[in-house]
Design a protein around this ligand. Structure first.
Ligand code: ZN
Ligand code: ZN
Length: 182
């Protein structure tokens, strides 16, 4: 069961076994503003300087409450300013998000363009390689044909060539030699 805390149950920070009894209401007071019965004995300097401002705790709390109310009233005209600052912050955060999105899109476009360039360069390289390979293959084939033709011209003058060729007539391997000969 919760019971409201009575001011008399608030204890002193310096003397935790003693309840607070008084408070100093001087606005610019530089001392600790709360007293227990021990503080009232120990803090003579404060007591002497602000005697007329030191009030019993209920009155002190009442004055602090009124001061808080007054401060709230003073701050009320600033509420629209606070809202303006909040909306400016929100606007700035949105702006930052938009800028990041924009950078992301630009980077993605650059990356796409970069990879597209690499892809087309690779295709051009492959085409050049294929073309060179085809040329070399053609040259090799021509060279082989001319070499075979020259060899054939030489060996057909050898008497044993025709008899050997006749023996291989059924063999597919010699078709090419016949073609060359033709
Ligand atoms: Zn004081
Ligand atoms: Zn105390």
């Amino acid at each position: 069961m919760n019971r409201p805390i009575s001011p008399v149950h608030l204890t002193c920070q310096l003397h935790p076994h003693f309840p607070l009894t008084h408070g100093c209401v001087k606005e610019d007071c530089q001392y600790d503003c709360l007293f227990c019965s021990e503080c009232l004995i120990e803090q003579l300097d404060h007591l002497t300087q602000h005697r007329q401002f030191i009030q019993p705790l209920p009155k002190f709390l009442g004055e602090m409450g009124a001061l808080l109310q007054k401060t709230r009233q003073l701050l009320r005209p600033l509420e629209p300013l606070g809202q303006q600052i909040q909306s400016a912050q929100q606007y700035f955060q949105n702006y930052v998000v938009q800028q990041k999105d924009s950078v992301n899109l630009s980077l993605k476009a650059l990356c796409d363009e970069f990879f597209s360039l690499i892809e087309s360069s690779r295709n051009r390289c492959f085409m050049a390689i294929d073309q060179q390979a085809s040329q070399v293959s053609t040259l090799l084939e021509q060279k082989m044909k001319s070499t075979l033709t020259e060899d054939l011209l030489i060996v057909q003058d050898i008497p044993e060539f025709h008899s050997t060729l006749a023996g291989l007539a059924e063999d597919k391997k010699v078709e090419f030699i016949y073609q060359l000969k033709a």
